[in-house]
Design a protein around this ligand. Structure first.
Ligand code: HXC
Length: 261
């Protein structure tokens, strides 16, 4: 696989672990890192060896502490809009990957880091994780999707409070409001993320992909349109060998062997 300067990428038994790796800057996202992420996720979308993706942060204290303030400080109006669009494109690529993406949040997930976690399908956080959107303290607003995805995840009222007060959320609070799916001790984080990954890998892959797609697309639609989309994806399942295998195995009281076909 391609070598990256700011990312570590390792695939083992179907799980690709992507580590954002600029620990001296608490993994802050500069445009070079975002470019590498775009390149990587375009490759992973077509990579048959990658059944699931886990994203985490390098070093001890951060998942991602935000977009790189050193780089942003110098941007003009057009450059800053392009920077926002670049991050949005990368995060949309993550959200729309055919594979499920789990964020293993090991520390600070602030600004663009919280936005990165929210673009993932599932968030598992260590008890050391801290979430927040500190942008308005810097005279900016979240620009990698935070104003949209935070409201989708926790509701408009809580999103406005988190963004406008810049209050940091400890993991218990993030869990309470539904921003994270699970919280675990730091030494159990990767193990828990991989266990969930393996559970998902054991299911019918095309069905998992179609379920993710229906949930994502449905969010942008009316209920009626979303239900119609769901029915179409449901129908597509019946073109797969795995649907036949899954139902046959259930009725025979045996364990299904899925082939992803
Ligand atoms: C650049 C960063 C950074 C960032 C940390 N660093 N966050 N550099 N951009 N977002 C750097 C620090 O400057 C420091 O560099 C080194 O990482 C270690 O950080 P410390 O501050 O010494 O660590 P600590 O005291 O433990 O504090 C951790 C922290 C703090 C609370 C996370 O670093 C912090 O508040 N960071 C900024 C968080 C933030 O505002 N994020 C949102 C950014 S705006 P040196 O060289 O001094 O060692 C954003 C917008 C997204 O994300 C949308 C864009 C379109």
């Amino acid at each position: 696989m391609t070598e990256y300067k700011n990312l570590l990428v390792q695939t083992e038994q179907g799980i690709t672990v992507v580590t954002i790796n600029r620990p001296k800057s608490l993994n802050a996202l500069n445009s070079a890192t975002l470019d590498e992420m775009k390149q990587l996720f375009d490759i992973l979308a077509k990579d048959e060896a990658t059944k699931i993706v886990i994203i985490t942060g390098g070093g001890e204290s951060a998942f991602v502490a935000g977009a790189d303030i050193v780089e942003m400080q110098k941007l003009n109006v057009i450059e800053s809009r392009n920077f926002s669009r670049l991050g949005q494109a990368v995060f949309s690529a993550i959200e729309n990957l055919p594979q499920i993406v789990i964020a293993a949040v090991n520390g600070y997930a602030l600004g663009g880091g919280c936005e990165l976690a929210m673009a993932c399908d599932i968030r598992i956080a260590s008890s050391k994780a801290v979430f927040g959107q500190p942008e308005v303290s810097l005279g900016i607003i979240p620009g990698f999707g935070g104003t949209q995805r935070l409201a989708q995840l926790v509701g408009k009222g809580r999103a406005k409070e988190i963004i406008c007060t810049t209050n940091m959320l400890k993991v218990e609070e993030a869990y309470r409001i539904g921003l994270v799916n699970a919280m675990v001790e730091p030494n159990e984080l990767m193990e828990t993320a991989k266990a969930m990954a393996n559970k998902i890998i054991s299911k019918a892959p095309i069905a998992v992909q179609l379920a993710k797609d229906a949930i994502n697309r449905g969010f942008d639609m009316s209920l009626q349109a979303g239900l119609a989309y769901e029915a179409d994806n449901f129908g597509i399942c019946f073109a797969t060998a795995d649907q036949k295998e899954g139902m046959k195995a259930y009725l025979e009281k045996s364990k299904p062997v899925f082939t992803g076909k």
